[in-house]
Structure formats: C-alpha cells, structure tokens
Design a protein around this ligand. Structure first.
Ligand code: FES
Ligand code: FES
Length: 216
C-alpha cells in the first residue's frame, strides 16, 4: 500500500494549516517522534527565504527558499531537477513521488531498504532536510537504465510518460522492500499513483518483471 494512504484525506491546504509556518501547531495526522521534532524545530521560521540544504540522489544542494515552498517546487524551479512531475499538485495523482531515506542509507549502495515514498508536492522543502531524496534522475548508471526503468520500456508501462517517474519511484521502493511481490502486493504498492493514459496493465507487468532490484 502506498505510504501516504493513511493521509489520503488530508489535503495540502490542511497540511499547511496545521503546520503553520510561523507557529507550529499539533498536526491532526499521527507523526513519528522524529517528524514531530522536525516540525517543532520549524516554529518561527520565515516567512522570508531561509537557507536550506537538500540532499538529492546523494548530492548536496544549498539554496534559499521561503518556508512555504514545497519539495517538488524547490527541485523543479530552483534546482532544475525536473524528473518528478507536477500534475495535480495536491497529493492525488502520485506523479511527484520521490523516495526519501535516512542520509546514511545514501552512503552505501547495499545498505538495504530504508526508503519510503512521499508526494513531493505535499511536503515542504525545509522538512526534507537531513535526508536523502531519491528521484528518477538518480536511477540510471550512465547509459544503462535501472532495471525498473528498463522493465517499463519492455512492457509498455508508459504512453505520454507524465505519470511514469512517479510510478517508477514507487516501484523501486516496493522492490527494494519486497524483491518478489505478488500481483496483489504490487497493485497495492502502486495504488497511490494514477495513469490517465490507462497503462496500468503495462505498469503492473513491468513491476513484476523487474523483480530483484539492486541499488545502483
Ligand atoms: S503532483 Fe503530487 S500527487 Fe499529484
Ligand atoms: S502514461 Fe500518460 S498519464 Fe500515465
């Protein structure tokens, strides 16, 4: 199941209301202790630009953003990392899906599954600091596609391609946790992503064919 399923009725507007940007209130969603501490640390930040550091695909980027800027917008408009797409911009389609993992997982290609999928349109850039954010740009090795990317090509898992980077990242997260999912498990893992072109059968075939993914 998509990691954000528990939050699916929680709109980005609700999210910003509960976060506040100058006064952090208790959010109405359950947070881990780390997430709650991170939000508390943001109290009083802004509203002007603040310096932040984002680690994306293992590379550190320093930038200035207003606290209200989402991770998706920071990546796309400030860093020109445009692999993840902005489609609904409200946590409904999954086109912006990234995998976020503890920073130490980025240091070792064999560190194992530590990542969770997030809608980057529904997360503030300042909240994504101190973690490794993985996007579709970080998957291929030179001209060699990641096995999941190759499987999407081999099994017609895309048409217009707008949803594809999100599906690919959700599939990568799934296979790193469960290298041999059943069809039902794959469907549930990808149910937070939508394809308006109707390529879902191809996407499912690709996810099942790309089993046993190794971190590249
Ligand atoms: S663009 Fe983020 S969920 Fe649709
Ligand atoms: S391939 Fe067009 S939206 Fe999925």
């Amino acid at each position: 199941m998509h990691d954000q399923d528990d939050d699916k009725d929680f709109s980005r507007r609700d999210f910003f209301k509960t976060l506040g940007v100058g006064a952090v209130a208790s959010a109405s969603v359950s947070l881990t202790a780390d997430e709650a501490a991170a939000r508390q640390a943001l109290a009083g930040v802004g509203p002007g630009e603040v310096p932040i550091t984002l680690t994306i695909n293992g590379r550190r980027h320093q930038l200035q953003v207003e606290p209200r800027v989402t991770l998706l917008d920071a990546m796309r408009t400030r860093l020109e990392i445009t692999g993840q797409k902005r489609v609904c911009d409200r946590g409904a389609c999954g086109a912006c899906t990234v995998v976020i993992e503890p920073l130490n997982d980025a240091k070792s290609a064999s560190s194992g599954p530590g990542g969770r999928t997030y809608y980057s349109c529904s997360m503030l850039a300042i909240e994504a600091q101190g973690k490794n954010i993985r996007t579709v740009e970080g998957l291929s090795q030179g001209n060699a596609l990641h096995p999941v990317q190759q499987a999407f090509c081999d099994h017609d898992g895309l048409m217009c391609g707008f949803c594809t980077p999100g599906f690919v990242m959700s599939t990568v997260a799934l296979l790193e946790k469960n290298p041999a999912p059943t069809a039902d498990q794959a469907k549930r893992a990808l149910d937070g992503n939508l394809c308006r072109c109707g390529t879902n059968i191809g996407v499912l075939k690709a996810a099942l064919a790309a089993k046993v993914v190794t971190r590249g």
